[in-house]
Design a protein around this ligand. Structure first.
Ligand code: PRX
Length: 692
């Protein structure tokens, strides 16, 4: 605890020079030309009429005020859109965020019984939408696609649920899902939910060790996987990895008993390793099951899923989400944040292995009756135009992605974007990391043709749903700012002693009121849950993020508090230095870490990748340093610029700073496991450019 407080104490930087203010009451501007501007975080007003009816800050404030004053009543109004087998109690919302007052807990819709799979599928079928498509699947290879209607998905969910029952899966049991992005992945999630079983999706980029560890932690005796997965020109041998995971788990004393394997064309049956008695082909057993499977009604607080997430310490935590509260929050945020209406074509590029894929690819869009695009491959395959070709093909209205993808696509010629018709796009969204204004402006101007609001959504695996986010059309967007709290969200900024700060300021972001999709516990370790999230500042949920608030009440996330570097007593947010570097015309992306510095305590070490057509040179190096000096201050100027052919990222696009810290410290022999990187060979490439 003391260690964490030390980190926090060092986090509280003064308001950085030139920090962008939302300026919602000041002048707003429309799209800027691309050259020479793009790093300015000026508010941008877009004329957009939201079908939700929230079209001004006043509209929003009325709803937000009520959501804070009367959470039970506010959320009950939305929950009544769903089917509840038994209604919730009037006083259904309850929480305690203060350990000193007893067990930390949250409950919403207590007394109610429901089923999220029923609400995602059967409810729409009952209202006549059964023959409408809900999944628009696009394969890795051009020309390979599949549409599934609500009815078809429901039938397949029932068949798979019946098979799960046949192998002994019961309400409350955990089931691991380790699959590529095919329709059967969300179908498997829904099949578990139909039975009241608890799914834990393990992202297909995780190693056998990670899969084994997760299965053992949640005692999942069944794994649903595929023979392989296709990612651009690569094949991911999922079954082979699963076999290794089963072995590793058994060494640790846990037996995975059944492996259900979907045959995927990337690894045909005859090439797939097989273990008789344990492995079962999906195509052999599931189609034979009945498409009728009675729904298991569960209490609102019954766990829906577990999702493992890494923190700054210890092994990954199994974040537990509930059924009723999660369902309502996922649906309401999807509807308001993306202005999503039934029948809309919506594309979230996240993999179901992450929380974004759970809430905004699978559950949220289905609950709203929308059509969700599911893309199997990588967005730049076979060319950087693929993303926009998919937008044109399906006439995507809402497009939700991560800044890292935007930056990767921005590095290529605009012709890749401009070659496809994007007139269907109405709302753009980003999530997962701070977005630098330059990438934001490119997304806004080039992709969205200057007419689509961008919703920069801040949230976490633990929050289950978007927490701080613009609502399209309700107030101006501000590049890099998540702007205002969603309904029911009560953010505060704290100093290192836990004192609430007021007005325009910077501090540690915490939440002082529960919301329906809040994490309920950490699987098997409620004490760890309380210590991780509620011990630092008793009475508050600790987010681990630093944040600025401007005079208009708008929030800008500055990055994890544990990524802060202290240089000569000046605290520098790595995200800020990175944004400054990325604003340079030659720079595609930058990652900054601290390193031990004899004089300054810590120095700033920047890994920089350049756009096609730019050569690594001293002139660019000097210019990059100058850009940072100009935008933040001399104290934030990088001591080292280390050219990089690319940055070491996980398959979900997160930069692995742990590796960069070791390279910066010249501890090349201590890099640890790099097998989960999208491209492990990048590490050697970076090392070779040291000192160049
Ligand atoms: O630091 C924040 C960053 O991502 C963290 C949560 O990561 P994860 O649990 O993997 O969930 C990612 C998808 C919801 C946060 O603590 N983060 C998330 N969204 C944003 C963000 N940072 C800045 N801006 C965002 N919009």
């Amino acid at each position: 605890m003391e260690e964490r407080l030390k980190v926090l104490r060092s986090h509280l930087a003064p308001f950085p020079p030139g920090a962008s203010q939302s300026g919602l009451v000041s002048q707003t501007t429309s799209a800027q030309p691309r050259e020479g501007h793009a790093d300015v975080a000026r508010p941008v007003s877009v004329t957009y009429h939201a079908r939700t009816g929230v079209n001004s800050r006043e509209d929003y404030e009325r709803l937000h005020r009520r959501s804070i004053q009367d959470p039970a009543g506010f959320w009950a109004d939305f929950a009544s859109d769903f089917h509840w087998e038994r209604p919730w109690r009037r006083d259904h919302a309850r929480w305690n965020f203060d350990r000193r007052c007893g067990r930390v807990e949250t409950a919403f819709f207590e007394g109610g019984r429901t089923n999220i799979a029923y609400n995602c599928l059967d409810r729409h079928i009952a209202s006549g939408r059964g023959r409408q498509p809900c999944f628009l699947w696009e394969g890795n290879d051009i020309g390979v696609d599949r549409r599934m209607t609500f009815e078809e998905v429901r039938d397949e969910v029932c068949r798979l649920a019946n098979w799960l029952k046949s192998v002994g899966v019961r309400k409350g049991d955990a089931v691991a899902i380790y699959m590529p992005m095919v329709c059967e992945l969300p179908i498997a999630m829904l099949a578990c939910a139909r039975l009241g079983a608890v799914h834990t999706v393990v992202f297909g980029g995780f190693s056998a060790e990670s899969l084994a560890q997760r299965c053992a932690d949640c005692r999942s005796k069944v794994v649903i996987t595929a023979s392989g997965g296709a990612r651009a020109t690569k094949v991911v041998p999922l079954k082979q990895i699963t076999d290794k995971a089963v072995q590793l788990a058994s060494k640790d004393g846990f037996q995975i008993e059944t492996v259900l394997v979907l045959e995927h064309p990337s690894v045909p049956k005859r090439e797939c390793p097989w273990r008789q008695g344990r492995d079962v082909w999906y195509q052999d057993v599931v189609p034979r099951q009945s498409s009728n499977c009675p729904v298991e009604w569960v209490n609102s607080e019954h766990p829906l899923f577990l999702l493992y997430t890494s923190g700054s310490t210890g092994k990954p935590k199994g974040v537990v989400h509930s059924t009723g509260g999660y369902m309502v929050a996922a649906a309401v945020t999807t509807r308001y944040v993306f202005d999503l209406q039934p029948g809309d074509v919506y594309w979230c590029t996240a993999d179901c292995g992450w929380i974004t894929g759970h809430s905004y690819l699978a559950y949220g869009p289905l609950l709203c009756g929308a059509r969700s695009v599911i893309y199997e491959g990588v967005p730049s395959h076979p060319t950087p135009a693929r993303c926009w070709q998919i937008v044109e093909k399906y006439k995507v209205r809402q497009f939700y992605t991560a800044p890292t993808l935007i930056r990767a696509l921005e590095a290529h010629d605009d012709k890749f974007v401009l070659g496809s018709d994007r007139s269907s796009l109405a709302v753009l969204g980003t999530v997962g990391e701070p977005i630098n204004p330059r990438a934001w402006n490119w997304f806004f101007e080039v992709v969205g043709e200057g007419r689509c609001p961008i919703v920069d959504t801040w949230w976490q695996t633990e929050t289950g749903a978007a927490m701080i986010t613009p609502l399209p059309g309700a107030w101006p967007c501000v590049p890099g700012s998540a702007t205002l709290p969603f309904f029911g969200v009560a953010p505060v900024l704290l100093d290192d002693k836990g004192k609430e700060l007021h007005g325009a300021t910077e501090g540690i972001l915490a939440l002082k009121q529960a919301w329906p999709s809040a994490i309920r516990t950490v699987k098997g370790d409620h004490k760890r849950f309380e210590e991780t999230y509620f011990a630092t500042f008793p009475g508050y949920y600790f987010t681990g993020d630093g944040c600025r608030r401007d005079a208009n009440g708008c929030y800008t996330i500055t990055g994890r508090v544990d990524d802060v570097i202290n240089v000569s007593g000046h605290r520098v947010g790595t995200a800020e230095v990175e944004a400054a570097l990325a604003s340079h015309g030659a720079c595609t992306e930058a990652a900054v870490v601290g390193f031990d510095h004899d004089i300054k305590g810590q120095g700033i070490y920047a890994f920089v990748t350049l756009h096609d057509g730019h050569e690594f040179s001293d002139a660019i190096r000097k210019d990059l340093v100058k850009t940072v000096r100009e935008q933040i201050g001399a104290f934030a100027a990088p001591d080292v610029i280390h050219w990089a052919p690319g940055l070491p990222k996980t398959r979900s696009g997160k930069i692995m700073r742990r590796i960069l810290r070791k390279i910066a410290a010249k501890k090349d022999d201590e890099l640890g496991d790099i097998s989960t990187l999208a491209d492990p060979s990048i590490v050697q490439g970076i090392i070779e450019l040291r000192g160049k």
